[in-house]
Design a protein around this ligand. Sequence first.
Ligand SMILES: [Zn+2]
Length: 274
Amino acid sequence: MEKEILEKINKFTRREFSEDELYVFSVILCDNEIDRDRERFSDNALNTLKTLFIGKTGIFDHDPSTSNQTARIFDTELLTDDSRTTRNGEPYKYLKASAYMVRTEENKNLIAEIDGGIKKEVSISCSAGKKTCSVCGRDRTSEGCSHIRGKSYNGRMCHTVLDDISDAYEWSFVAVPAQVNAGVTKKYTEEAEEKSASSADTDSNEELRREIVRMAFFRGGCNAVQEAERSVKGMGTKELIGLKKAYERLLEHKGIEVQLIPETSREAAEQFKI
Ligand SMILES: [Zn+2]
């Protein structure tokens, strides 16, 4: 661990911690892609979130027995992936956070799990003061307009642009994507690039199916999803693992890092109506 990282972390702790007392990992909190609610964060919103999430605590709520285990974000970075274009035709931008946990006897297993390679959803919640129509720029809440979200206008899909972020409340690792709150709180799910455990006992077939459908979307869009859904039905563990590996190879071939596929995880989740 670099000295600089240790210094950043120790700004948040009551006493100085040494390197081996800490566990550091990174998550992708959100991006500028249009999500399943046909909403996206503006660049300005991402910049605000970049600042607001520093110091914020995250929880791991996939297992009730570990509900008291928390991590804290000590650094954030807004990154651009020029090789990827969003559905709105912009370079893909994402907010990456570095978080730490103080190693304890209680979180030993959790850390091993994160370390080992299981990908999880990250959900964030924040409030957006401004929600505008991507076509005409009118405020959705105060003015309204006739444009329909999800419909295409001049080749661009109409969506809502979230801006004026006033607060970021929390982030969490969840086993299933959080439900979208219709109010001011934006629940937004994202794929963590985290690694985790001995996958044998934790990777249920259902997870494998979701993973495959997710990768199928990334490779071939909605049509590929339907096809993949049909083919994974009734497949056993061995077949599923084989198919997953095949997809991984295909995606690797395209130069795509399998773990960085947030949009697809959302689409896939929607397909399964989680
Ligand atoms: Zn409009």
